[in-house]
Ligand binder design. Structure first.
Ligand SMILES: [Zn+2]
Length: 73
């Protein structure tokens, strides 16, 4: 098996993931956060959610890097 690089950085990915450990965790927390937003506000799209988060100052850099990759899709 070839080692794959994280979609957001130069680290190798975890098996079954497009991301390394750090970015994988960031994506996981993003996904959980998104579910909370959908419950709270309803009807927000994944893209809208990412766009909003990417503009918040309190959003961490790991998360912002994942957002940049996800928005490119
Ligand atoms: Zn990474």
């Amino acid at each position: 098996m070839t080692t794959q690089k994280c979609a957001a950085c130069h680290r190798t990915t975890m098996s079954g993931s497009r991301y390394c450990l750090h970015h994988g965790k960031a994506l996981e927390s993003l996904t959980n956060h998104y579910k909370e937003w959908v419950d709270a506000y309803g009807g927000i799209s994944w893209q809208d959610f990412l766009d909003r988060l990417s503009r918040m100052q309190e959003t961490g850099s790991w998360v912002k890097e994942v957002i940049a990759v996800e928005l490119k899709k």
